[in-house]
Design a protein around this ligand. Structure first.
Ligand SMILES: O=P(O)(O)OC[C@H]1O[C@](O)(COP(=O)(O)O)[C@@H](O)[C@@H]1O
Ligand SMILES: [Mg+2]
Ligand SMILES: [Mg+2]
Length: 352
């Protein structure tokens, strides 16, 4: 793969594309996705996220995951449908559509996508994004199209996410490291910026702490141990950040270390948390692992989970490797650590 600082996205992946027909198809899809993301960024940065586009869609519809759709969610989906149609994509599975859509009959790829991640931030001028996962289409999937999205994340050919932030960025992997590309509005190109290596130790954690009363004991125990700071069992102070756009939290964690948690909790419909396996957790997990980090549901690697449905949710923790191991230890055996936690000890059972 090209590592030159000035390599465009296409130049960077040219050696990978030249190695096999499927590599060529994956690279072609990345180029199309990048074009759609650039169009979406133009729309957002020219005010497209304000006013009308931040409104609930006129149909007032909810998507397959039960979230109310905004105009920009649907506009993003439209742009990525067009990108997929211009590439060798046989099946398109989107957060914004109930069922997977069949595209090119001869296509070799399946695309699972969250066209607009961080929808709750659209009107606030906070970073939002797009998350995508590319899976192979084999002969058996053509006979039973739903089965293509039942492949575990370990089968992904490529994955990544765009961040529509101060700069439009693409974080992408084809299984040979995780790389960042920056968009230049002048040249209208993505160029290689850096290869990511997630620091092994975390000093920051990310979780929506307003849900504390709904968390299970191991999650509370983990957060309490962080909150106890350098005088507590972890022996160091932790910072906390929660953007509520996973792409933005993920990028920060990939660059300077940290951990993101969206556990299952006791709210109705949240037993498996909020994050969708196929088009949120899996692609971010592939990028995290390829950058030396880790991603689990607390215990099992996200990439080993066999999906049962397009909109399936999963608890997820990802980020710095040692922190994910720490969370795994607590999830596996919370009782062995509970006596260490000063805050948990002083908390009434089941309360906050
Ligand atoms: O609103 P909450 O519960 O804090 O959840 C925020 C999380 O939900 C998500 O917004 C889900 O993405 P969508 O906007 O695509 O539904 C994540 O990006 C984010 O981390
Ligand atoms: Mg999302
Ligand atoms: Mg979304």
């Amino acid at each position: 793969m090209g590592g030159c600082m000035t390599a465009t996205l296409e130049e960077f992946f040219a050696p990978f594309a030249a190695r096999s027909p499927i590599g060529r198809d994956v690279a072609a899809l990345l180029t199309e996705l990048a074009g759609a993301a650039a169009s979406l960024q133009t729309l957002i940065s020219s005010g497209g996220a304000m006013g009308g586009a931040s409104a609930t869609s006129p149909k007032g519809a909810a998507n397959g995951g039960g979230d109310v759709q905004k105009v920009l969610d649907l506009e993003a989906d439209r742009l990525f449908v067009a990108a997929a149609r211009a590439a060798p994509v046989a099946f398109y599975g989107s957060e914004e559509q109930d069922e997977a859509v069949a595209m090119q009959p001869e296509g070799t790829l399946a695309l699972a996508i969250d066209p607009l991640d961080g929808s709750s931030n659209i009107e606030t001028n906070v970073s939002i994004g797009t998350i995508f996962s590319v899976l192979p289409v084999e002969a058996e999937h053509r006979a039973d199209p739903a089965s293509v999205f039942r492949q575990p994340g370990r089968r992904q050919l490529a994955a990544g996410f765009f961040v529509y932030g101060p700069q439009l960025l693409l974080v992408a992997t084809v299984g040979e490291g995780t790389h960042v590309f920056g968009w230049s509005p002048e040249t209208r190109r993505f160029t290689f910026a850096q290869t990511l290596r997630i620091p092994e130790d975390a000093k920051e954690y990310s979780i929506n702490a307003s849900n504390v009363r709904h968390w299970d004991a191991p999650v509370r125990l983990y957060v309490d141990r962080c909150l106890a700071g350098k005088d507590g069992p972890r022996g160091r102070d932790f910072n906390m950040r929660w953007v509520a756009s996973m792409v933005a939290d993920a990028y920060r964690i990939f660059v300077r270390g940290g951990v993101y948690l969206y556990p299952g909790d006791s709210r109705k419909g949240y037993a498996q948390g909020r994050i969708r396996l196929l088009y949120e957790a899996s692609p971010v997990a592939f990028c995290a692992e390829q950058a030396g980090g880790a991603a689990t549901d607390g215990i099992h690697p996200i990439l080993d989970i066999v999906p049962e449905g397009l909109h399936q949710r999963t608890p997820v923790v990802f980020g710095s490797r040692n922190e994910i191991l720490e969370i795994g230890r607590i999830m596996a055996d919370p009782d062995s650590l509970a006596t260490e936690s000063p805050l948990l000890l002083h908390r009434p059972t089941g309360g906050i």
